[in-house]
Design a protein around this ligand. Structure first.
Ligand SMILES: [Zn+2]
Ligand SMILES: [Zn+2]
Length: 82
């Protein structure tokens, strides 16, 4: 069973690098040295809790808030049409 860090693999790092570790341990802690050095620009998380913007809990909240706004806008539009 070979260890592969999907984060480094997606970043097109060298095979020799991304096969030396895995992205996260069984306890959910970040093990990837590259990701651990990364600080999330949205919430400032790094080290054990490091993640990219895509996986940031704040980014998910913003996405759902945007959907909610869209829904509200549609509802408002629907009322106008009636
Ligand atoms: Zn890695
Ligand atoms: Zn974040």
């Amino acid at each position: 069973e070979q260890q592969v860090c999907v984060f480094c693999r997606n970043n097109k790092e060298a095979v020799a690098l991304y096969t030396t570790h895995i992205l996260k341990g069984p306890d959910g802690r970040v093990l990837c040295p590259v990701l651990r050095r990364y600080t999330c620009p949205l919430c400032g998380a790094s080290g054990d809790n490091a993640h990219t913007i895509k996986y940031c809990p704040l980014s998910k909240m913003q996405a759902s808030a945007a959907k909610q706004q869209l829904r509200n806008a549609r509802t408002a539009l629907g009322k106008k049409l009636r």
